[in-house]
Design a protein around this ligand. Sequence first.
Ligand SMILES: NC(=O)c1ccc[n+]([C@@H]2O[C@H](COP(=O)([O-])OP(=O)(O)OC[C@H]3O[C@@H](n4cnc5c(N)ncnc54)[C@H](O)[C@@H]3O)[C@@H](O)[C@H]2O)c1
Length: 327
Amino acid sequence: MRALVTGGAGFIGSGLAHALVAQGNDVVVIDDLSTGALRNLPSGVIYPGPLDILTDAPRIDPYVASADCVFHLAGGVGVEYVLKNSVRTIAINVVGTEVMISLAAMHRKPFLLASTSEVYGNAFGPLSEGLASEETSSLTPYARSKWQAEQIALAYHARGQASVVIVRLFNVVGARQTWRYGMVLPTFVKQALQGSDITIFGRGDNRRSFIDVRDAVSSMVETMQTTAGRGEVINIGSNDSVSIAELAGRIKRAVRSTSRIVHIPYRETYRSSHLNPHERIPEISKLIALTGFRRRYTLEDSITDAVSYVSYELVPTDHRHRGAVVG
Ligand SMILES: NC(=O)c1ccc[n+]([C@@H]2O[C@H](COP(=O)([O-])OP(=O)(O)OC[C@H]3O[C@@H](n4cnc5c(N)ncnc54)[C@H](O)[C@@H]3O)[C@@H](O)[C@H]2O)c1
């Protein structure tokens, strides 16, 4: 098959591109490189140069026409990125999704939207797909924009204009995730590698589930392949959880770091404890029923890959060797 992946130079999108290429598929990547990087792309993908889903629809259209399916992952993501680019984030996540879904609808291509566990806001787990709504949750601007993208996709599907599946991703981690936009795991890895303080906001007793990017992308491919998932919202995540303090400790041990683990009160950060629920763990029976999902990679596997990737990112550009990125 030929798959089109928006956001394919980013963390999860490039993981998806690697998996699809390894399975012998043709892959077209649409990405403006705003947070993604060319070095993330596997060899063999078709990359027509930087294209912005907000402004380049006419140039993206022929690639949608020649694809068999569209995985839509382009988005504004990461606490720091979203804070600095709040208006653009909302535009990409809402308007950009509408642009891509309208192209998929016009060419009758199945469409997968990458949404987020953040649409559950402060709802308490186990989180089943019916729970999230603007009434039950206190949503960040990022979560609200992804929620609106979901509503657009579901409306297209309900009107028979597009064949859509929505996946809500819960804390995907592993190879090619940068620390630059405030993601917790690579940030801790960077701090541990540099021997600087590993900084936990608040007590660190809030629990999160982490899924390796390889497990997340194989679930996305399988979800796309089963027509039973069309019109559905499906959680993709791990139902194991770990506290943020435990995560910091595991990373410190993995790196054999001399860093101190320090706690910073929320009032001294730009983050809000109110928007940081105590626990966020997915209910994944729907995913298991549709795809037979079983995790293949542990959190330790993801930490190993993250250490390798962040070590590479910390090497000054002109000292890097080609091919040093985890594969
Ligand atoms: N990382 C996670 O744990 C996580 C969790 C839930 C949901 N998601 C969703 O998964 C998707 C991918 O996230 P990620 O972590 O890989 O982030 P990422 O920032 O690494 O990837 C996003 C990609 O989209 C590209 N992009 C952004 N705006 C664009 C535009 N206007 N036109 C074309 N390309 C554009 C970026 O250059 C980047 O390559 C996002 O939609 C995100 O909301 C991620």
